[in-house]
Ligand binder design. Structure first.
Ligand code: FAD
Length: 435
């Protein structure tokens, strides 16, 4: 297939792989990037909010030609029960800045653009090529890969595993374990097409302004999960995801949850009259800090979702993927610059650099959150959303009941549902996990 030996082979052309390949090739390293999809992005699923700062650190002028949908000026957080939502929302004209901070994107288009940039740096990018195996030396160092194409192995000083959440290659090679069902969510997503002026009118937007909604509550049927609705130029992406272990236990179907979300009285009017053209399903790593596997070894590093680097609490993944890919690339460039071999001891530099970044710091901050949410999902995703809705309705309904009685009724409802100690313990545990 390819006789040449490369400085680095990157497995995968998603956010993390493209960031790593771009970083290394733009500094003169010889890079081969292998992607199993027909084209970069063809296999990839994201909501998708893209965080500009992290891309700017790789391609500063990306706004000139990247396929961006809308820049976000408004975010709504909804706690839903079956007929209502209790919401918090933030909107600011400050987000109409010259270089907006967050954009919605469509990954199939965005990944193609990113890959074009990678090719322009001189990297060799091969699609429709699945890496089937890592090749090791007699001492166990990873020295290359085998693919499903004809021909022998391809060799490189270092292999960057950017193969996404499943990480089959790394797992098969014994570099990491399969993610546990309580550490990954299964998300389903649909794209609903509507004319741009309808989207702008329904969400109160002008021009390229965008709005996103993140929602939790009874829509996930007491499983640990979240739903989302993001505005693109001429489409709305919406979806829902819950932990795989919860799906297995409850035998709920993701499609049924998505249908219920779409038909919720708060969502239905927002997508009325739309045409559904795309449907996808994908896993999301949600185990947080404690689920991060070994990140480097002799001749290899793991980045992005393959390294479980995903901040489920803040619904951030692509920015952690781009940053870990960039940092892995920078570490490899530095080691090569020192003429040192790509062995475990030297590649530890990647982890040292990553530990100093927001990626690990953010995941470490919320390290107890995934377990807390998972083990208390009935309270957080069923009991409290129902209580919040009751309390809000009780407060807003003016029916001659004295306010003091309304307050007592709300307090009594919370105590009846959770008991005093239950409430105190939930607040304390949440505060401890959040601190
Ligand atoms: C429904 C959903 C909504 C999301 N919303 C958001 C959001 O709004 N904002 C956000 O920041 N993040 C979001 N995420 C998370 C985000 O999508 C991921 O964190 C991000 O895509 C990770 O990038 P990656 O490059 O590590 O992996 P991926 O994007 O999954 O890329 C991996 C690539 O490797 C390729 N590959 C795999 N195995 C092989 C092999 N053996 N050989 C060759 N190629 C291979 C795949 O085809 C793929 O192209 C969402 C995820 C989902 C599922």
């Amino acid at each position: 297939m390819i006789e040449e030996e490369f400085d680095a082979i990157v497995v995968g052309a998603g956010m993390s792989g493209n960031a790593a390949a771009y970083t290394m090739a733009s500094q003169g390293l010889t890079v081969l990037q292998l992607e199993r999809g027909e084209y970069p992005g063809s296999k990839n699923v994201q909501g998708a909010i893209m965080y500009a700062d992290m891309l700017e650190q790789i391609i500063p002028d990306f706004r000139d030609d990247a396929p961006l949908e809308r820049h976000l000026v408004e975010q709504r957080f909804w706690v839903m029960d079956d007929t209502s939502h209790t919401g918090m929302q933030y909107r600011s004209d400050d987000f109409n800045e010259a270089k907006p901070n967050r954009y919605t994107i469509i990954r199939a288009q965005f990944d193609k653009w990113f890959s074009r940039k990678v090719r322009q740096t001189g990297a060799t990018v091969l699609c429709e090529t699945t890496v089937t195996e890592l090749v090791r030396s007699a001492s166990g160092k990873v020295i290359g890969v085998r693919t499903d194409r004809a021909g022998g192995p391809i060799y490189a000083d270092v292999v960057v595993l950017a193969e996404g959440v499943n990480g089959l290659l790394g797992t098969r090679a014994g570099l990491r374990k399969m993610p546990k069902p309580e550490s990954v969510a299964l998300a389903v997503k649909e794209m609903h097409f509507l004319p741009d002026e309808v989207i702008e009118q329904r969400f109160g937007l002008q021009g390229d302004e965008g709005c996103v909604i993140e929602a939790a509550g009874t829509i996930s049927r007491s499983m640990a999960g979240l739903a989302f609705l993001y505005t693109n130029k001429e489409s709305i992406s919406l979806g829902i995801g819950c932990l795989v272990s919860d799906f297995a236990q409850t035998m709920e179907s993701p499609y049924v949850l998505l249908d219920a979300f779409k038909n919720h009285p708060s969502i239905r009017p927002l997508i009325a009259g739309s045409e559904v053209k795309e449907y996808s399903a994908h896993l999301i790593p949600e185990g947080g800090y404690k689920a991060i596997p070994q990140l480097f070894g002799d001749g290899w590093v793991a980045v992005g979702d393959a390294a479980q680097l995903n901040n489920a609490i803040h619904r951030e993944g692509s920015n952690l993927a781009m940053t870990s890919g960039r940092i892995a690339g920078e570490a490899i460039i530095e080691i090569k610059g020192r003429n040192q071999p790509m062995i475990r001891r030297n590649l530890a530099l990647y982890k040292t650099m990553l530990d100093k970044s927001f990626v690990v710091k953010d995941l470490m901050k919320y390290k107890d959150m995934p377990a807390l949410i998972h083990t208390n999902s009935r309270n957080f995703f069923m009991t409290y959303p129902q209580l919040m809705s009751q309390a809000a309705q009780n407060f807003m309904r003016v029916d001659g009941t004295p306010k003091i009685e309304k307050e007592k009724a709300t307090t009594a409802a919370f105590i009846k549902a959770r008991s005093r100690w239950g409430l105190i313990s939930d607040v304390v545990r949440l505060a401890l996990a959040w601190r």
